[in-house]
Design a protein around this ligand. Structure first.
Ligand SMILES: [Zn+2]
Length: 322
């Protein structure tokens, strides 16, 4: 396999937010796990995630007020669960003796992997908890300049709108990806780590900065992905991040009960058409053709080199996903 070129990295993509979502989230997010487990209870990669789903498809059947809910939900989802607690216990008991002395968490991981592979995932999932994230993606250039961060309020309106759709928790995730640089005499990972920290510092500095208010109904995170030459972001790199505000329980959830019911019904309708998934993450994708308007469920089929397609096309009309 050819090593990736600079143009293959997220920073160089015209659709930088789409690339961030398609690579980092669809890939199951080893680099994201820490932040999203804590903030949204997403145990990556054992999650179902809807990627870039238009509001209007989630709210199908709901009489939308004009000029509202016209965007996309960048990422929504929840952790997968075992088919039943008893089944989990049975798998756990069977595997226990194989993992005597193993590092903490290894047994649980093996049990979850085995259960998913053998179709012992609860499907359709329980939709009583769903979290959503608005994704923004800036980048840090080779000459140490923060680009495309937008203003301090970037994404705040969209995150608030997600709260009004009735998700349990909402996050505004502002990413900064770095352009990989080669510094002779220095190890690539050390350089990536240092640049990732620099990018964060610059992002948080005035006058750029990120606005966060105590009474925000959503959480705000800044996540910096330091990339290394020779491997794309979802294979290698140095990830730093922090919650500038932890996601609270959504204070708008109760008043959005009607919308939330519609969202659950629409998701359930899509999910019910598909068999129990045998891999994770489970992805829900939206057809790029608004006339078709299809949502569909798929596993992860990323090209390991570029991280781009082939995410499977729409089974209804054959067009690619959004
Ligand atoms: Zn379609």
């Amino acid at each position: 396999m050819e090593p990736p070129e600079p143009k293959d990295y997220i920073f160089a993509q015209e659709q930088r937010e789409t690339a961030t979502i398609n690579r980092l989230f669809a890939f199951g997010g080893p680099a994201l796990g820490r932040w999203f487990e804590q903030g949204l209870r997403w145990s990556m990669p054992y999650v179902w995630l809807g990627l870039r789903i238009p509001h209007e498809r989630l709210l199908k059947g709901y009489n939308r007020p004009p000029n509202k809910f016209l965007g996309d939900v960048d990422v929504l989802g929840a952790s997968l669960e075992a088919s039943s607690p008893e089944e989990y216990q049975r798998y756990h008991a069977e595997a226990e003796e194989l993992f005597v002395g193993a590092a903490p968490g290894r047994l649980e991981e093996a049990v979850i992997n085995a259960m998913i592979l053998e179709g012992k995932t609860k499907w359709p999932p329980d939709l009583s908890y769903i979290a959503a994230t608005e994704v923004k993606a800036a980048y840090y250039s080779a000459d140490a300049d923060l680009k495309a961060a937008g203003n301090k309020d970037n994404g705040r309106g969209q995150a608030r709108e997600l709260c009004k759709m009735g998700f349990d928790r909402v996050a505004l995730a502002r990413f900064v990806v770095t352009e990989p640089v080669h510094v002779p005499g220095h190890h690539a990972w050390v350089v990536a780590g240092a640049r990732s920290s620099e990018a964060m510092d610059e992002y948080l500095e005035e006058p750029k900065g990120i606005r966060v208010k105590d009474d925000d109904p959503y959480g705000t995170a800044l996540i910096s992905e330091g990339s290394v030459p020779g491997k794309l972001e979802h294979h290698a790199g140095s990830s730093t991040g922090k919650w500038l505000k932890n996601p609270p329980e959504n204070p708008y959830k109760e008043q959005a009960t009607d919308l939330r019911k519609v969202i659950e019904a629409n998701l359930l309708e899509v999910m019910s058409k598909y068999p129990v998934p045998r891999s994770a993450p489970v992805l829900i994708l939206a057809c790029s053709d608004n006339k078709c308007g299809h949502l569909y469920v798929t596993g992860m089929y990323l090209d390991f080199m570029t991280g781009e397609s082939p995410l499977p096309s729409c089974p209804n009309c054959g067009k690619p996903q959004r």
